[in-house]
Write a protein that binds this ligand. Structure first.
Ligand code: SER
Length: 398
């Protein structure tokens, strides 16, 4: 089953059960939302999970692209991505959590062909504020799926305030040997699908207020599921990454971890630019800037003549089309190349300034960092990179 079929199987399953498809496309959250990027499938639905009626009704299904910077340092391993996609189903005060879990089990078993023996779940076991989620526990017992009870790992919130509640996470066994242990004792149990009961709202003062209605929010990491269905060892081996993983090594040789970072960051950067962002020193533009500069740092570590001009346009188009964007790839390319030039110029200026001031030996005092920043426009990170050439976070010298 390829990625596209994995999406349509999910969407069709829920449409057949009365869910309306929502188009969750942009990475940019709705106006007024304080976060920089959409971080999960439910994010754009926050007001509706808090009780506002949704124009499409009480049962929704969708696919949402998401961006998480919290995982940036993990990119390069087999599961983490900066931009990824989440399938989701929602009951806005309609059916209960037990129904959601039963459908989840049915879809994984019958729709995706996962053997029930390879499933394990976790359920909220209660804490000092809220009692255990006995409804989910009972449902999984009836379905015969092993349960592990946990505390805060099964409490979902999108931030310190806002809608939240207990969740039940479904894990799939990915090991070669028969399943063993539990999700918290063996990493070969990989989480794929989270079912959250949005029953509360957390206020600024920490108070937990019950919502008028309980909604169900589920999120399934698309690339992770596809990795399991396609029996691959990492997300980068799945079909959507194939063009990137086969072409990039022919353009720029790199070790496996660097290759994954280059692919993840460029692909993510292309999507972010496609959603209307350009590099800058603050906010969303800064996230984009870090992604592009980190790629350049890695590329230049091995060969200082490398340039993003060599990035094949086919890859830009493939990514744009996969994420259902309509951006002009010429514009996306220009943004990348402009950032490359700017970074190069800044590095050259930084090197000259440090050498003229006799600062190349480091370490520098806070006053010196302030001076370089305020007088010469050299950010601390960049100066640090010039002083320690092997840093891999986007600021090494050329
Ligand atoms: N909110 C849950 C998550 O992000 C399910 O959508 O995992």
């Amino acid at each position: 089953m390829n990625t596209e079929q994995t999406v349509s199987t999910f969407v069709d399953f829920f449409r057949e059960r009365g869910h309306q498809r929502i188009t969750g496309d942009s990475l940019l959250p709705p106006p007024g939302d304080p976060v920089l990027f959409t971080t999960s499938g439910m994010h754009p639905l926050t007001p509706y999970l808090e009780g506002r009626p949704h124009p499409l009704g009480r049962r929704l299904v969708g696919l949402q692209r998401c961006l998480r910077t919290t995982d940036l340092d993990e990119v390069g391993d087999s599961t983490h991505l900066t931009v990824f996609e989440m399938l989701g189903s929602w009951s806005l005060g309609n059916y209960d959590g037990s129904q959601s879990l039963r459908w989840g089990y049915e879809l994984l078993r019958d729709g995706y062909g996962l053997h029930p023996d390879r499933l394990h779940v976790t359920v909220f076991g209660g804490d000092e504020e809220v009692g255990p989620d006995t409804e989910s526990l009972r449902t999984w017992n009836e379905l015969g799926v092993p349960v592990e009870l946990t505390g805060e790992d099964n409490w979902w919130s999108n931030g310190p305030t806002g809608p939240c509640g207990p969740d039940s996470e479904i894990f799939v066994w990915t090991g070669d040997m028969p399943p063993r242990g539990t999700p918290s004792t063996d990493p070969q149990w990989v989480e794929v699908w989270n079912h959250v009961k949005m029953r509360y709202r957390r206020h600024d003062d920490g108070r937990l207020e019950p919502l008028v209605q309980t909604s169900i929010d589920t999120g399934l990491g698309l690339e992770r599921l596809v990795t399991i269905l396609q029996k691959k060892g990492s997300v980068f081996e799945c079909d959507v990454f194939e063009p990137w993983m086969s072409v990039i090594p022919t353009v720029w040789g790199a070790d496996q971890t660097s290759l994954r970072i280059i692919v993840d960051h460029l692909r993510s950067g292309i999507v972010v630019i496609g959603d209307g962002i350009t590099p800058s020193n603050t906010g969303r533009g800064y996230v984009l800037r870090r992604l592009v500069r980190r790629v350049l740092t890695i590329l230049w570590r091995d060969d200082s003549t490398r340039t993003l001009s060599d990035l094949p346009v086919d890859l830009l188009e493939h990514t744009r089309d996969h994420f259902r964007q309509t951006s002009d790839v010429g514009h996306v390319r220009d943004v990348l190349l402009t950032e490359e030039r700017r970074f190069l110029g800044l590095l050259e200026r930084g090197r000259v300034v440090l050498s003229r001031q006799g600062l190349t030996g480091g370490p520098l005092t806070e006053e010196q960092y302030d001076y370089l920043h305020d007088t010469h426009g050299l950010p601390r990170e960049l100066v640090l990179g010039l002083l320690t050439p092997n840093r891999a976070d986007g600021v090494a010298p050329r």
